[in-house]
Design a protein around this ligand. Structure first.
Ligand code: SF4
Length: 429
């Protein structure tokens, strides 16, 4: 038993996340009326269930493989392993732990890591420095940002975790996709060499097929959001981002989206809004707050402001072809990864993202944009002003810019964020 617990403790943050989500699950079931906040209720249950299985596998002694969020987690299903998304775990702990994970940002700050870096990486780095993670290998791409490229070597040089990097090209053309397809395949082979396993690409196909179905359902939900009022709740965006990153390729992820589609269709047909009345339709081209997701409910219920989608919920790619040869499958995997949220926006000039935002504003009848600018996210730094001007010139709709940190509540508190949005909303009504 002690031995098994020891094995599970190679990923203590996953155990803490599982325990906090299980407690939350019990609270939701015991306190919140059954039909209320279904995205939260269903999402917490599904993520807990998938994490439980990961912990069981950890107890069996399977290798713990960390992956950067820009690598779709289902790719690691070619191994008997425990795949752990570093950024997803850190941010979900920021939301589920009462005191957040600022302690780990400070641990990294005291170690000498610059304070103005992205907390997506800084959280799991601090947890590793504190001995909470023991990875057998880590897989990351050279995208989407400098923070990623400059932070991941820490795991190799400070923690001695084997680090495998998939080199992602900047340009998006056939040669790039072919090159990156090779990079993904070779990276998986290298991970296999480190953990002493041959990648089983036939097994991986099944999990990719699950995600192909997930993608189709997410697209159906996305289409329904064009309706007025929006049939999703704001918190769906935050929960969907979590399942998408933390438990991709699992049956739980598929069943989360299947249930959400049914609920979304029902609300669409009944013209129901989660908060009662939709007064403002907003697009958040970057992220919602992870240090406190209650903002989503407050916007829905207090302001009648719908968050139509955030960055994790408007990026889609073609399904991966699993019926042809392996080269075709890896080619499609490369395309999917290069279209991934943040990767797509960060590894391109901004024109395409500006055009996409204008198009989405029209298609989804948006009244405004809210851009949450994270201090760590340098490559998005120049974008908000360009977007604000484009939205004003092309459509005459306003954009509110809020400088904050997604995971660290000390930069801009929830109260300040709410006050800014409240004042902005008054100018819209
Ligand atoms: S938020 Fe910005 S800095 Fe952080 S991982 Fe995403 S692209 Fe990189």
């Amino acid at each position: 038993m002690a031995k098994n617990l020891g094995l599970e403790n190679r990923s203590i943050p996953t155990r803490i996340l599982f325990e906090s989500l299980s407690t939350l699950d019990q609270l939701i079931k015991g306190i919140i009326p059954e039909k209320e906040i279904p995205a939260l209720r269903i999402g917490v249950e599904k993520v807990s269930s998938a994490l439980k299985r990961k912990l069981e596998k950890a107890r069996e002694g399977l290798p713990i493989i960390g992956y950067h969020f820009a690598i779709p987690g289902e790719y690691l299903s070619c191994f008997d392993c425990v795949p752990i998304c570093l950024e997803g775990t850190g941010y979900y702990l920021a939301t589920t732990l009462l005191n957040g994970v600022e302690k780990y940002y400070d641990i990294m700050g005291n170690w000498g890591h610059p304070f103005h870096t992205c907390t997506a990486q800084k959280g799991p780095m601090g947890m590793s420095l504190d001995g909470l993670f023991q990875f057998d290998a880590i897989l990351a791409p050279t995208a989407p940002c400098d923070n990623t490229c400059a932070s991941y070597p820490f795991f190799k040089y400070q923690k001695n975790f084997p680090l495998i990097i998939a080199d992602m090209p900047f340009r998006k053309n056939e040669n790039s996709y072919k090159y990156f397809a090779e990079q993904i395949k070779n990276s998986l082979i290298q991970v296999g060499n480190v953990i002493g396993q041959e990648p089983d690409f036939e097994k991986m196909k099944k999990h990719i097929e699950i995600e192909n179905q997930v993608q189709q359902i997410r697209l159906e939900i996305f289409e329904l959001i064009k309706a007025i009022p929006s049939p999703i709740s704001n918190i769906y965006n935050a929960i969907s981002a979590g399942t998408f990153i933390l438990i991709s390729g699992t049956p739980e992820n598929l069943s989360f989206y299947k249930e959400m589609l049914e609920i979304t269709k029902y609300r669409y047909e009944k013209k129901q809004h989660h908060g009662g009345e939709e007064k403002i339709r907003s697009i958040w081209p970057y992220m919602v707050t992870y240090f406190d997701m209650s903002l989503c409910e407050w916007l829905d219920r207090e302001l009648g402001m719908s968050v139509l989608f955030d960055i994790f919920n408007y990026n889609f790619s073609k399904p991966i072809n699993t019926n042809s040869d392996l080269d075709t499958m890896f080619y499609d995997m490369a395309k999917k990864t290069m279209e991934w949220p943040m990767v797509k926006q960060s590894t391109d000039f901004y024109y395409s993202t500006l055009e996409e935002c204008i198009r989405m504003a029209k298609d989804f009848s948006a009244d405004c944009f809210i851009f949450t600018q994270s201090i760590g996210c340098k490559q998005f730094g120049s974008f908000p002003q360009l977007l604000r001007e484009a939205l004003k010139d092309e459509l005459g709709i306003p954009m509110l810019l809020i400088e904050f940190d997604v995971g660290d509540k000390r930069f801009t508190s929830l109260k300040v964020i709410k006050d800014k949005i409240k004042m902005f909303a008054q100018t819209l009504m």
